[in-house]
Design a protein around this ligand. Structure first.
Ligand SMILES: C[S@@+](CC[C@H](N)C(=O)[O-])C[C@H]1O[C@@H](n2cnc3c(N)ncnc32)[C@H](O)[C@@H]1O
Length: 432
């Protein structure tokens, strides 16, 4: 079997140089290490991705000559080594010894001395090197600039909070039991948790646990979902029997929540990815709910719409994911500045194309897990400036930063992810 550190360095190389996501890499690569080593590999790759820009800068300071492009794996082995010495509670001599052994295992015998000397130098000069490091928060320059501009007062907190791993929150199936009842069962089973502050059906675990240990998970009594994601179904007004569209539904977290929130919904769940739509079906099977699923571009309305208007639409739009970097630190490495304007065009097009499918008096909730105004407030401003039969409904929810168009949440330590919500109502023709 390959060692955990070598697998971690190879995964990091694929993320940084090949643009692969951790979600793409981990399922197959984890199978290559012993099961008891898998959490350590995850810890290494998540941590090294979270701090990659800082690690890269530190490597530049401790190696005498830059490592050649064809030897990028050695660079990643060093990154994994420094990450352990900087952020993990592992014995330093073991971290250095094992990382040097990884260099040999990777058949880069020539780099053994380099890795050994560099890690020992980092160990000796750690405090001075870290004090000099300009990219300690390890955010890419373009995102750094956008966040500074958008949130001069909150910028430092956003970066710090985005580097703290997120808590594990759960949604209790309201059709089966209350959060209070579930918390009592959990307590009897030795699981510490508390009710969420904003979600009526949410609980947050004191420390993450495998889903198999959660009472009622297999039976669909409980689902893993961040509190911010849970707010979508809570904020979108729906009543029993409504015809509801979940326009970008996969993997189906919010589809399930919508169905748990009312009886006999006629729900259509779309997603452009047929592969991801399978996950929606799996999630609905587990919670015992049903919906019509169609793999389609939601903006291609002629292709999928039968002409019957929806009472409610959830547009959980594809976005930069900048509000969930703490869960997906590879976003820092994979997203580029140009993606934001491309995403903004897709989001605006979805809003415009879906609007005619909403019934007069119906509501559309626009949501993203982004904290960038271009994808949020500015989208809604642009939309309402072009459409006459729309009213922006004020949400009964505290915002972390003021937005005239909706509610912007920023990632909170031990709390919710960064998220944006705007609730739009279609005015009756008589109102126009
Ligand atoms: C933020 S995720 C949705 C998460 C989902 N609502 C949930 O709660 O599990 C965005 C989804 O939009 C889908 N998507 C992207 N462009 C789309 C389009 N034009 N039409 C429909 N779905 C799209 C992506 O495949 C992705 O699954």
């Amino acid at each position: 079997m390959t060692s955990s550190r070598l697998i971690a360095a190879q995964i990091l190389l694929n993320v940084v140089d090949q643009g692969r996501s951790l979600n793409d890499e981990l399922p197959t690569r984890l199978a290559e290490v012993d099961i008891d080593q898998q959490p350590f590999v995850q810890q290494l790759v998540y941590g090294a991705s979270r701090y990659y820009f800082a690690l890269d800068e530190l490597i530049g300071k401790i190696v005498d000559k830059p490592i050649k492009d064809k030897e990028r794996l050695v660079h990643m082995i060093l990154a994994i080594g420094i990450y352990q010495l900087w952020k993990l509670n592992v014995a330093e001599h073991a971290a250095i010894h094992e990382t040097v052994a990884t260099t040999v295992e990777s058949k880069r015998q020539w780099a053994k001395g380099l890795v050994n000397a560099s890690l020992r130098r980092f160990q000796r000069e750690k405090e001075a090197l870290l004090a000099e490091c300009r990219r300690g928060d390890s955010f890419p320059g373009w995102l750094n600039k956008r966040l500074r501009q958008a949130y001069p007062e909150h910028y430092a907190d956003i970066c710090a909070h985005s580097n703290i791993p997120a808590p594990m929150s759960l949604r209790i199936n309201a059709k089966r039991q209350s959060p209070k009842a579930w918390l009592q069962i959990a307590e009897q089973e030795g699981i510490q948790a508390h009710a969420c502050e904003h979600s009526h059906v949410g609980v947050t675990l004191q420390s993450p646990a495998p889903v198999a240990m959660l009472p009622g998970f297999e039976q669909g009594d409980v689902s893993v979902q961040d509190e911010a994601a849970q707010l979508c179904a809570q904020l979108l007004p729906i009543k029993d029997g409504d015809r509801v569209l979940d326009a970008c539904s996969a993997p189906g977290g919010k589809t399930g929540h919508l169905l748990e929130s009312a009886q006999n919904l006629e729900l259509l769940a779309l997603d452009v990815s047929a592969e991801r739509l399978h996950r929606v079906q799996e999630n609905l099977d587990r919670i015992g709910e049903q919906a019509q699923l169609i793999a389609a571009d939601a903006a291609d309305v002629e292709h999928w719409w039968d002409g019957k208007a929806f009472n409610a639409i959830l547009l959980d739009a594809p976005c930069s994911g900048t509000g969930v970097i703490r869960r997906h630190p590879d976003i820092k490495l994979l997203r580029k500045s140009a993606d934001i304007s491309a995403l903004a065009k897709i989001q605006q097009n979805l809003l415009q194309k879906l609007w005619p499918t909403l019934a007069p008096g119906g509501h559309l909730l626009y949501a993203t897990c982004s904290i960038l105004p271009d994808e949020n407030t500015q989208q809604i401003e642009a939309f309402v400036s072009q459409v006459s039969d729309v009213e922006v409904i004020e949400l009964n929810l505290d915002a972390d930063v003021a937005s005239p168009m909706g509610v912007q949440w920023l990632p909170q330590p031990n709390g919710h992810d960064g998220f944006f919500y705007a609730l739009l109502k279609k005015t009756d023709t008589a109102d126009c």
